[in-house]
Design a protein around this ligand. Structure first.
Ligand SMILES: Nc1nc2c(ncn2[C@@H]2O[C@H](COP(=O)(O)OP(=O)(O)O)[C@@H](O)[C@H]2O)c(=O)[nH]1
Ligand SMILES: [Mg+2]
Length: 262
């Protein structure tokens, strides 16, 4: 065969191969089965964003289950969850009468209530993008044990003090995991992560007291105390601005985190 003709044939073969690869990629993304996934949303007075979030979840992860783990909201968070008209199966986990309240314990209780193979935790204020969720499920289906969100950009006008605190908290968290020889993620501060339910349910039943139940950094507590090797993956995301309302983080929560590093 003439050399030019040979090159042309190779070129066509390569194109066909790439097309097949692309098709395969599209298919795996289209074929994701969201019914294997429970999205856990810890809430405290999130009536202004929860309705929009549920609509976006339905669009981005059809058939997933949702647990809204609430610590006694005084607004319409409960009604919005229970009267949601979409096809999502939603459960309002009412923790109002529990002895201990906090973001971490709300997430742990929700995981114990999961009936799906996988769960994903995200905030209820739309700071975590629902369109990133398929990426998490894809990695879990590829047999990753834990998939952590990695904030590549933070939108909004954070003060110098907040940026500094966030940087220091992230760095110290990372060092705490390195010194303990534990599994690590790129951003130990992230509240957006997903994992296999069976790993956590077993672990929480036996080790709940090792978590800072009133704190905010549930993933960090888990990484700090969990000793077995995990296959860890990452999904990049942009941390948005709170759509409405105020951050509920308090000085006590920040103090609890810094104390837990040592
Ligand atoms: N169940 C529960 N949810 C909480 C608590 N504190 C905050 N949240 C929720 O956790 C998510 C993150 O809280 P947020 O105040 O936005 O924290 P920030 O993003 O770090 O400023 C939001 O959905 C809150 O409504 C709590 O004590 N209990
Ligand atoms: Mg927030």
């Amino acid at each position: 065969m003439h050399i030019a003709q040979e090159l042309h044939t190779d070129y066509i073969d390569t194109l066909t191969f790439l097309n097949v690869l692309n098709k395969k990629k599209e298919m795996t993304e289209v074929n994701l089965d969201f019914s294997n996934l429970t999205v856990i949303i810890p809430t405290l007075n999130e009536e202004k964003s929860l309705g929009d979030l549920l609509v976006l979840l339905e669009k981005n992860c059809p058939n997933c289950k949702v647990i809204v783990s609430d610590d006694g909201s005084k607004d319409k968070t409960k009604e919005i969850t229970e009267t949601f008209e979409g096809k999502l199966e939603t459960l309002f986990l009412d923790r109002v009468n529990e002895d201990v309240h906090g973001l971490t314990v709300s997430v742990l209780d929700a995981i114990l209530n999961c009936t799906t193979s996988y769960f994903l935790v995200m905030d209820g204020d739309l700071q975590h993008p629902p369109n990133a969720i398929p990426g998490f499920l894809k990695l879990l289906e590829e047999d990753y044990d834990l998939v952590a969100g990695n904030r590549v950009e933070i939108v909004g006008n954070w003060s110098f003090y907040r940026k500094l605190m966030s940087f220091v908290a992230r760095l110290l968290g990372k060092l705490a995991l390195i010194f303990r020889g534990r599994n690590r993620v790129k951003d130990v501060m992230t509240g957006l992560f997903a994992s296999k339910t069976e790993i956590w349910q077993e672990y929480i039943k036996e080790n709940k007291s090792k978590f800072i139940l009133e704190g905010y950094k549930v993933l960090f507590d888990f990484l700090k105390t969990y000793r077995l090797k995990l296959k860890v993956g990452h999904v990049d995301y942009v941390f948005g601005t709170r759509h409405s309302g105020e951050s509920k983080i308090s000085k006590k929560v920040i103090w609890l985190y810094f104390k837990s590093l040592f």
